[in-house]
Design a protein around this ligand. Sequence first.
Ligand code: AP5
Length: 224
Amino acid sequence: MAELNLILLGPPGAGKGTQAERITEDFNLPYIATGNILRAAVAEGTPLGVKAKTFMDAGALVPDDVIIGVILERIASGDARDGFLLDGFPRTVPQAEALATEFEGLGRSLTAVLLIDVSDDEVVRRLSGRRVSAKTGRVYHIEFDPPKNEGVCDVDGSRLIQRDDDKPETIKKRLAVYHEQTEPLVAFYSELGILRRFDGARPPAEVHDHIRAQIATLRLEDRI
Ligand code: AP5
């Protein structure tokens, strides 16, 4: 069977992390999330983290030359050689072009780009209520997906925190950056015929059902 090489695309707060948790489990795929990789680097104070922190705190993108090498290396490594779910990369046209060049060289191809669509108003509502486990990264929402006990992760009892970039002014900046720098990728991947669009305003379980069905269809078509 061909590799399942998937990209999750969508504005901040569309539910990419929420869906990724389910899709990686369904299809047993390694999950490569640039935001998580960068936040871990910041927490550990690595050279990558030091470079990334000011950009992230301001709601801006980390420069292409900082992120491209890190992610391409990760995709070419061990577990991702047979397929992956990529979340948060590419986020600019130069990043998409770098990925395309790398894949051409390796004789690999993307299976699909899964676009989760939501309005700006919904993004603001979701991100201001988001809480994340400090330890596992498991995502909650104080209203739409609350933990059983307030402020505590259901899975391992760790403390739930609010991300630094989930403050109202930073959310607005991240949305503006998305529309300006990342949204052009919708046309980029549409032209390649691999974009699949999902209504992210539906409840998480429904969005998941639609994505899973679409991936299952792609797999079936591949086998025929
Ligand atoms: P990153 O961590 O990738 O942030 P993001 O793309 O802004 O996405 P989020 O994680 O905020 O949202 P999500 O779509 O995963 O939503 P979630 O599932 O949590 O990147 C952070 C920063 O890193 C960037 O700003 C940038 O600085 C840097 N960076 C990363 N990649 C980079 C790159 N390639 N180049 C340069 N810089 C880069 O859901 C949100 C909330 O909504 C949750 O509370 C959830 O419970 C709730 N929710 C989810 N789905 C639903 C639903 N269907 N209905 C109701 N509520 C829902």
